[in-house]
Design a protein around this ligand. Sequence first.
Ligand code: A2P
Length: 341
Amino acid sequence: MPAKKIVNPVVAIVGATGAVGVELLQCLEQRKFPLKELKLFASARSAGKTMEFRGKPLAVQELTEASFDGVHIGLFSAGSGTSKKFAPAAVKAGTVIVDNSSAFRMDPGVPLVVPEINREAIFTHKGIIANPNCSAIISITPLWPIHKKNRIKRLIISTYQAASGAGAAAMEELRESTRAYLDGKKFEPKVLPHPYAFNAFSHNTKIDPATGHNEEETKVINETHKIFGDPDIHIGITCVRIPVLRAHCVSVTFECEKPITPEEVRELIAKAPGCKLVDDQVRNYFPMPVDASGKDEILVGRIRRDLSDTTGRSISIFSAGDQLLKGAALNAVQIAEELVR
Ligand code: A2P
């Protein structure tokens, strides 16, 4: 049975005080999300704090299993552990969850959605809809119109990831460690495993010894297969953190089944929902985190032939997208909008 439209909902943000939580609140406000009431939840540490929504202060409450009584839509962004712990109580209370964590993404019964790609999957939900990994969203949203026209059979991705993906504390660590570096002071990293200022390091998730890939890389591979509904795309990927606050960059080379030209790709990207072409070869002006930060669109450019493929089937592009917006909060709110539309 198709999921019913939710009218005038009570909406809850779980993890409201976090880097993504703050953006969820702002997206709801800026996009004039039609809601009756907004509730804010976080850990006991934040209980009693206030945040502003539509010009009024709202108190943050401690999340408990009883928090979901009367809540129609729950936007979760408090980490996998919290999602796993509280999702059963929320679903039991009749709340539809849009979950930003990785807890349920690969569950075959849970739709994993980028609205520009597989919007219709939303309506198959059984209480939980998963929001994909930020690097996956930013890498593959521009590729979808190309894939539909000329199937992509192979992808090579390198990411340049911002601090925000590791949460508000990692963003603060980048600021503090940069200040310390410039002042010539010693700084002990607490959130990330390596010095962040003026450095770059392999993504801070666990490596699977069987594949040599870290969890971030594995997520992008698996989630791309699920969102595109095409498990046969061959994907090679390297994920790296760079000292940028909130926008990820991705270098993507893709090989299509049939020959394709940079001009064709440029045309498709210029019309791709959720994307903006930034491809000025004369001025050497291409997607950058400073331009992508705070923007809804994924910036896409550097569109050129991959010269290592002499068959004319491969193209390289470079994109930048706001990790907190399209990579997380905005995508989740877009999903929620479909539930109330
Ligand atoms: P709190 O601020 O009270 O710790 P980030 O991704 O920026 O690190 O944010 C994580 C978010 O998840 C914060 O809002 C944090 O709240 C919240 N959070 C973490 N653990 C829990 C928990 N056990 N229950 C509810 N919220 C949690």
